[in-house]
Design a protein around this ligand. Structure first.
Ligand SMILES: [Zn+2]
Length: 291
């Protein structure tokens, strides 16, 4: 089997441009923002853009393309107004994803800015329930999953401990509509030291509680500029950071992860050799993958 590697690509010029670019680069997976990620509202996706996107995704055999939600969304917010805005915005994100036939929308669980973890997790679960109540009222057949991403644990960010994700699943009534996205950089920075087998085993063991591991639907494949346990979220090109090539190889070949779409979220631009970083990183991942 071959690695389902892809990247987060730009939708400048339309969502279809990202799917076409992924195909052109020889990728088999894709993540996009379906609108400007720093704004609450986005203009509707046109029908022409939608059909070009769907055609390009099929033609290039992209495995379960996904989107990433806006960075403004914070379901853990103690401020009712921001919480409600986050719920409404997430409904829009899921409906956009549904329109493009995406498999899921990745969302950071949220930041409990009042420092109260338990209350924050509760607000996230309540938010998820409110979101799916609205989604199913508008679109009863929507299959799009909300993928909770594990975080590096900067500041008051929740979801850096897998136990946070377990809690959210337990507290939410809409848990059937939830999935998980595991980010290798975030895992390492959160203290699951991926440079050794023990760190990876602990990550997988914690994901095995309540069989959460079966809900992992996507991987964010990034190296980390910061060491294990730093709780600082800085992505690095594969093999140039603290994960080491050994650590990355162990991670991408783990039976729990190896068949999932893997998305690069590393810096764009070109290496010193004038090669697109996406291609450089994709080649590293392909080389490390035991086919
Ligand atoms: Zn990520």
């Amino acid at each position: 089997m071959s690695i389902l590697i892809g990247s987060h690509l730009s939708i400048a010029g339309g969502c279809h441009r990202a799917a076409e670019e992924a195909g052109g680069l020889g990728m088999k997976a894709l993540q996009i923002f379906t609108k400007n990620n720093n704004q609450w509202a986005g203009k509707p996706i046109s029908e022409a853009d939608r059909s070009s996107f769907l055609a390009a995704a099929v033609k290039n055999e992209l495995a379960q393309p996904i989107s990433h939600a806006s960075y403004l969304i914070n379901l853990a917010s103690p401020k009712p107004e921001l919480w409600q805005k986050s719920v409404d915005s997430m409904v829009d994100e899921i409906q956009r994803a549904s329109y493009l036939n995406l498999a899921g929308v990745v969302m950071h669980p949220g930041s409990a800015t009042d420092g109260d973890r338990k209350a924050g997790l509760d607000r996230i679960a309540k938010g998820i329930d409110a979101i799916f109540k609205m989604v199913s009222a508008n679109e009863p057949r929507s299959q799009v999953k909300l993928l909770l991403e594990n975080t590096a644990g900067q500041g008051n960010a929740l979801g850096w401990q897998i136990a946070d994700l377990t809690e959210i699943f337990r507290r939410s009534e809409a848990f059937e509509s939830l999935g998980i996205c595991i980010d290798s950089c975030h895992s390492h920075a959160a203290g699951y030291d991926l440079t050794n087998a023990c760190g990876l085993d602990r990550l997988v063991d914690e994901l095995s509680v309540d069989s959460l591991i079966s809900r992992v639907a996507a991987i964010h494949l990034n190296d980390s500029k910061k060491p294990a346990g730093s709780r600082v979220d800085r992505h690095e090109h594969l093999g140039l950071g603290h994960l080491t090539l050994d650590g990355i190889a162990r991670f991408i070949n783990h039976p729990a992860f190896r068949s999932l779409p893997m998305i690069l979220e590393t810096e764009k631009g070109e290496s010193d050799d004038g090669i697109s970083w996406d291609v450089v990183n994709m080649d590293v991942a392909k080389r490390l993958y035991n086919s």
